[in-house]
Design a protein around this ligand. Structure first.
Ligand code: PXL
Length: 408
């Protein structure tokens, strides 16, 4: 069996490093890595926190380091499959970004530029029209841009509309940005209806459009643009079609928002993308060496098993588990089912970590399904807690076992 893997794709992420308040590099690094793409970094600035809803932040401009880093990578012949840029410390850095692209981007490198500068109708702290002009000049260098509605309106020179956003307004934005030289324009935070929000992508060269929408949650969520654009950039570099990348990146962003809401994480600290186990269907086959006892000879043996064989082996038990879930749902009182439909199914235990199992349960039941953060230990801790409170548990293990005995 051949156990070689295809080479890793590599993205150069060019953003600030805000130490606290997940955004920029503290989002790009983990999200891109989790998709199976390597994330190399060129930091544009180091801050103690991002500049929204925090005061007193530190700020160190790293303009002087950008080109030396790019030149070093060029000298050692580092292959860059994608560039994903975001927050720049000054309009002058846009020129440095263009020179960095000249150094590190090959003709087939995918260039994703997120023109980070504004949201909800206003510029971020310390950013003004000069940044907008600088980003406008960069648009023709980008294969994909990912502005939010405010940034798209500023770049297009159109009035900002808080929403709802009509098809005609979006068409105007896409037309203006396409005319400035952008390839694919993905506008984030589009509200076609008051209670719906999502992302709309237009390939300005072909006119092809895609949209991915979710229920809107009130208020502002910091770092969602970075979660979305990081996932989109990585999936596109992996070769996903635009529609699939848009859908997955939107789903990830929405799930991160939901996790922050369930935890009540203060908004300025960013959204909780952590613990979302695996982001994309595996294109490549994983191979693992497994040691055990051979049932035919009774002797120890080690064999190599591929993820494809595991899927075949798990198919039948997985079907049994899905049937059991359906059986439990059918027997559950309607008020509890309504509760489940609202709060979703939470999976725990080692089995819940099997790749794609949560997606399978969600697809099969139509109920949103998530895996708890520490799936392995929480099943053991939960059982331990239950054993300590056996007498208080009306419908616990003991009662179930007794009922079974009485039936027998
Ligand atoms: O996520 C956008 C962003 C990135 N980096 C810094 C920011 C902001 C938004 O406020 O301040 C430093």
């Amino acid at each position: 069996m051949d156990n070689t893997l295809p080479p890793l794709k590599r993205i150069a992420a060019i953003h600030d490093l805000s130490g606290l308040g997940k955004c920029s590099l503290t989002v790009a690094l983990p999200v891109i890595s989790a998709t199976g793409v390597e994330c190399a970094c060129i930091p544009t600035a180091v801050l103690s926190t991002h500049t929204g809803e925090f005061t007193g932040w530190t700020f160190r401009d790293l303009s002087d380091d950008m080109l030396p880093i790019a030149h070093h990578w060029q000298r050692i012949g580092a292959r860059i499959d994608g560039v994903y840029s975001g927050y720049l410390a000054s309009p002058e850095q846009a020129q440095l970004l263009a020179q960095t692209l000249d150094c590190i981007a090959a003709p087939d490198t995918l260039v994703v530029i997120d023109p980070v500068m504004a949201d909800n109708g206003s510029y971020y702290s310390k950013i003004d029209d000069r940044m907008c002009a600088a980003f406008r000049r960069l648009l023709s260098r980008a294969d994909v841009i990912t502005p939010n509605v405010t940034e798209a309106a500023l770049l297009a020179g159109l009035p900002y509309e808080p929403g709802t956003h009509s098809d005609a307004y979006l068409a105007q934005l896409f037309q203006a940005l396409g005319a400035l030289g952008a390839g694919v324009v993905t506008v984030t935070g589009v509200r076609p209806q008051p209670d719906v929000i999502g992302n709309v992508a237009c390939d300005c060269r072909t006119g092809e459009m895609h949209a991915s929408m979710r229920p809107a949650h009130p208020g502002v969520f910091y770092g969602t643009g970075d979660v979305f654009a990081s996932a989109l950039a990585a999936l596109l570099v992996r070769g996903a079609p635009l529609s699939a990348a848009l859908e997955t990146a939107t789903a990830l962003t929405d799930e991160s928002i939901c996790r922050s809401l369930w935890r009540d994480t203060p908004r300025r600290f960013g959204v909780d993308f952590e613990g979302i186990a695996c982001l994309v269907p595996r294109a490549e086959v994983g191979i693992q060496e497994v040691k055990g006892r051979c049932l035919t000879t009774g002797l120890p043996k080690s064999v190599k098993i591929s993820s494809v064989e595991l899927v075949e082996a798990i198919a039948e038990p997985a079907r049994d588990i899905l049937e059991t879930i359906h059986m439990v749902l059918e027997r559950t009182p309607p008020e509890l089912v309504a509760d489940l439909a609202q709060n979703g199914i939470i999976m725990a235990g080692g089995g819940s970590l099997i790749y794609g199992f949560d997606q399978l349960v969600e697809k099969d039941t139509g109920i949103r399904t998530t895996v708890v953060d520490d799936a392995l230990s929480c099943a053991a801790f939960g059982s331990g807690k239950m054993l300590m409170n056996l007498n208080d548990m009306q419908d616990g293990m003991v009662n179930l076992a007794r009922k079974r005995q009485m039936k027998a």
